[in-house]
Design a protein around this ligand. Structure first.
Ligand SMILES: Cc1cc2nc3c(=O)[nH]c(=O)nc-3n(C[C@H](O)[C@H](O)[C@H](O)COP(=O)(O)OP(=O)(O)OC[C@H]3O[C@@H](n4cnc5c(N)ncnc54)[C@H](O)[C@@H]3O)c2cc1C
Length: 492
């Protein structure tokens, strides 16, 4: 896109805010702050939209994966009303940004349908409907669900949205740059230090200085409280061409575990059915199976002509269901984070942009207390908190003990990766189709868990906090800031 990539002068300035991460959270924050008169710089490790925003399905909702029923139960009626208000205000803010800056991003208001397929789901959905309405959300029971899946109860949520996420953030980036903001792509922040009220942030190319540091990167780097309160999930998407015109003109969700969701997107006059789901914790389960399941699910209900595209991306689920947006608990001064959006990051990422910019601008934000990352909820999410951390502890220990011993790299199949024990050393081995072997230390540089091979994306994925690395060891996603250590084959 031609964003500025080098500029020695940026090292001299002290910015009001350094925003790390070029997804919807980072760019919304950047635009709102820069437009309010602050001097901002945004550093993105790869390219804008490289992270989850480039792999999202971009439903923009005012109802969330944490249902109003659960929010009401865990946080109270007032909190459910606040989240509903936050969702509605955020959708209006997105529409307002689109209108104000003439952002051409295929935005459309859509009806959304949430449907139940069995008695247990009907009971749950009936309660969700009541809580949604109590929270102030426009929802009604309806006798259709817009997809060819049989249902027992369906609920219509009106005035939801969809757009093209990359068109949206690229144009936000253009607005930011036109307002004087600076974007540095290929600038991965590896190290930060807080000295005399200023954050110094080092990348391989530049060191940046700023009074406020915003991590729009899901989990912030380092080990901190939010690592223990968020779990990383991979989620899978198909873009399907149908043999007929059965494309749903709506956003649709089932209530299975893991759930499926549908919508239609039109690109250059061609319609695609977007079908998502089959989520699982990163580094657990089988990504190949997840795609197979999704394809069979599509074929069960639709006349599939072809799978035009398929991809997966990562989101973070918070222990109590609500996102963490605000000051980093126990961090240096003026460090902000935004994570735990679950599958609702279009709304919550945009909300985070508004909340963090308000905090930096000294404006009281009505949602700051409820979503404060330092909140302690002893009941809400406590079971999830315990089980997620038991899972992390299990992987930390069990994965250290398990690895198949090999005598020679001949035993590794071409095109695959494997954790092996070779000459008493534990290694992450990848062998390419030409037989060239890459050996890495398999210990994740974040919290020292052992990575697993992901055969679909050809990556090494950490089952603890979602750090992901390329087959050559470079950080792709997640909280680690250091690459996996590469071990020359000649040293083995
Ligand atoms: C398959 C899938 C479908 C989804 N569908 C929906 C949906 O329909 N509706 C919805 O609301 N939400 C959805 N979500 C969730 C939503 O897409 C995400 O929550 C949202 O995109 C997160 O945006 P972000 O800007 O916070 O993070 P990202 O878009 O991931 O951006 C973070 C950026 O930070 C960069 N970065 C990380 N570390 C560093 C560093 N140290 N230095 C510099 N840069 C760094 C990364 O390269 C990345 O580009 C979906 C998620 C998935 C996985």
């Amino acid at each position: 896109m031609g964003w500025q990539t080098t500029n020695a002068a940026v090292e001299d300035a002290v910015y009001d805010a350094l925003i790390v991460g070029g997804g919807i959270t980072g760019l919304t924050t950047a635009v709102l702050l820069q437009k309010a008169g602050k001097k901002c710089i945004l550093a993105e490790g790869k390219n804008l939209g490289y992270g989850t925003t480039g792999g999202t399905t971009a439903h923009i909702n005012t109802f969330f994966d944490a249902s109003y029923k659960d929010i009401e139960k865990d946080f109270g009626e007032e909190a459910a009303k606040l989240i509903a208000a936050a969702g509605m205000e955020t959708l209006s803010m997105i529409k307002n940004l689109i209108d104000t800056y003439s952002i051409d991003c295929d935005f459309e208001y859509k009806d959304a349908y949430l449907y139940a397929e069995n008695d247990r789901e009907v009971k749950d959905l009936t309660e969700i409907l009541a809580s949604s309405r109590k929270a102030g959300i426009n929802a009604v029971e309806i006798r259709e669900n817009k997809v060819p899946v049989p249902f027992e109860l369906s609920v219509l949520y009106t005035e939801q949205g969809q757009f093209h996420p990359l068109k949206y953030i690229y144009q936000l980036a253009a607005v930011f740059v036109k307002a004087g903001g600076i974007i540095l792509e290929n600038t991965f922040i590896r190290k930060t230090e807080f000295k005399d009220g200023v954050h110094l942030a080092e990348s391989d190319r530049v060191t940046l200085k700023a009074f406020n540091l915003v991590y729009a990167t899901h989990l912030p780097p380092g080990i901190n409280l939010v690592d223990f309160r968020c779990a990383p999930y991979r989620s899978y998407v198909l873009a399907i061409k149908l043999k007929n015109e059965d494309y749903p003109d709506a956003l649709v969700y089932d209530m299975q575990e893991p759930y499926h969701y549908f919508r239609t997107h039109e690109i250059n006059g061609e319609k695609y059915l977007l079908l998502g789901g089959e989520d699982h914790k990163t580094g657990h389960d089988d990504p190949e199976k997840a795609f197979e399941n999704l394809i069979s699910y599509a074929k069960k209900y639709y006349h599939v002509a072809s799978i035009a595209y398929q991809w997966s991306a990562q989101f973070y689920v918070s222990a109590d269901g609500l996102p963490y947006i605000g000051l980093l608990p126990g961090g240096d001064d003026q460090v902000y984070i935004a994570t735990g959006y679950n599958g609702n990051g279009m709304t919550f990422g945009s909300l985070a942009g508004k909340m963090i910019s308000d905090q930096i601008l000294g404006i009281t934000n009505p949602y700051a207390e409820l979503l404060n990352p330092s909140r302690i909820k002893p009941i809400a999410g406590f079971e999830e908190f315990v089980s997620e951390n038991a899972d992390v502890a299990y992987h930390f220990i069990a994965d250290r003990l398990s690895a198949s011993a090999i005598e020679s790299f001949q035993e590794v199949m071409p095109g695959t990766g494997q954790i092996v024990k070779y000459k008493d050393e534990k290694l992450a081995i990848y062998k390419d189709m030409d037989g060239v072997v890459t050996a890495l230390n398999p210990v994740c540089t974040h919290a020292k868990c052992i990575v697993n091979f992901n055969p679909v994306e050809k990556s090494w994925d950490c089952p603890c906090h979602g750090g992901r690395y390329s087959i050559s060891g470079e950080v792709l996603t997640g909280p680690p800031r250091k690459n996996l250590h590469r071990i020359p084959i000649s040293d083995l």
